[in-house]
Structures are given as structure tokens and as C-alpha cells.
Ligand binder design. Structure first.
Ligand code: NI
Length: 196
């Protein structure tokens, strides 16, 4: 899969390395009000309706991807699993979410199996919905994804998507995000500030 690490923001709100100290530490820098996150209506792996309100009360780690993704998504979710193993052994301090950008193939039934994959966080919530519902969630989190045909067949496709893990606080307020390059230690360090 050609995984694009692309972030499309409607506003020029993200500045990388705008502070010297942050640039040195490798921390992702957010300037101003990022306005990441917002309302959505989706279904979970048990085919139950969920909204953003169902995950408030605990910090959240959220990843958008698709279950057919051969490497990028599993790597990110395994990283999330490692963070859980280090900081949240009982799995009850943080809500872990995987939101599909491929609702056509990611049904709640298929996500039910997927979220239980080896190394993924225990209790990982797998969310999907109609294309419109997923588009709304993607828009709220400024997520990029693009279906790419692999052949002339309509069913043979992959999905290029942003490789970003979002960290939200217990009120659903955006705290930070992590890319593929961020290590488990770096993610853990940021998360520990809220749950340590
Ligand atoms: Ni992926």
C-alpha cells in the first residue's frame, strides 16, 4: 500500500517546529485553537449506535484507518497496544478508538474480529457507519483518505489515508497527535501527563 502521510487542514492551524524548544524535543506543535474533533454518529463492532459522547470521561487515543490496510494501520494499532501495556495495564484509563475510512468493506461484523487482533489495545472500539457518517467524522478530525483502484475491478482497491493518532482529553478536547515516526516512548510520555 502506498500510504500517504498527508494531512489536509481547512485552516492553516498547524505549525511544525515553530518553537525552538519543541523542535528540539521532536514534539508536534499546535498553534492556536486546533478545532480537531467534533460530533459524529457511528456504529461500533457490536452494531450499536455511538456518538462522541460515549467516549467522554476518559482520555482517548483515536486512529482512522481501514481493516484491509496491510501494514500502516496494524503498526499504529500495535503501538497503541504497547502504550496500553505500559500505562494502562487494566485498559480502563483510556478509551481506544479505531474509526474506519473504508465503511464499504468495514462492517461492524468485520471490525469485531479486527479489533481483537494480536497486539491491539484490549477493549479497542471499532467504529464504522454509512459513507456520510464516516465523512462527517473524518471532517471533524481533518482526516484525509482517498480510495485508490488497484485494477479495473470495482472491488479491488486500497485506501490512502493519513497516518495520525489523535490524543484527546477526557472532555474530548484535542491534546496532541502522533505520526508513524513517533515512538511508543514519545506517545507514552504525552499520555502519561494525563493518566500517569
Ligand atoms: Ni492504513
Amino acid at each position: 500500500m502506498k500510504a500517504l502521510i498527508i494531512l489536509i487542514f481547512s485552516l492553516p492551524i498547524l505549525l511544525f517546529g515553530c518553537s525552538e524548544q519543541a523542535a528540539k524535543s521532536g514534539k508536534n506543535v499546535i498553534s492556536g485553537s486546533a478545532e480537531i474533533g467534533g460530533p459524529y454518529n457511528l456504529i461500533n463492532q457490536d452494531n450499536l449506535l455511538v456518538t462522541e459522547n460515549d467516549f467522554l470521561g476518559k482520555p482517548q487515543l483515536i486512529y482512522f484507518g481501514f481493516s484491509y490496510c496491510p501494514d500502516i494501520c496494524p503498526t499504529a494499532l500495535q503501538k497503541m497496544g504497547s502504550v496500553q501495556e505500559e500505562l494502562d495495564t487494566d485498559g480502563d484509563l483510556i478509551n481506544y478508538l479505531f474509526i474506519s475510512v473504508d465503511p464499504e468493506r468495514d462492517t461492524s461484523e468485520s471490525l469485531k474480529l479486527y479489533v481483537e487482533s494480536d497486539g491491539f489495545p484490549k477493549g479497542l472500539n471499532g467504529l464504522t457507519g454509512s459513507k456520510e457518517q464516516v465523512d462527517k467524522a473524518k471532517l471533524a478530525y481533518k482526516v484525509y483518505s482517498q480510495r485508490v483502484s488497484l485494477s479495473d475491478s470495482k472491488v479491488d482497491y486500497t485506501v490512502d489515508h493519513s497516518d495520525i493518532m489523535y490524543f484527546m482529553d477526557e472532555n474530548g478536547v484535542f491534546i496532541d497527535f502522533f505520526f508513524g515516526k513517533n515512538t511508543i516512548q514519545e506517545i507514552g510520555e504525552a499520555v502519561r501527563k494525563l493518566v500517569g
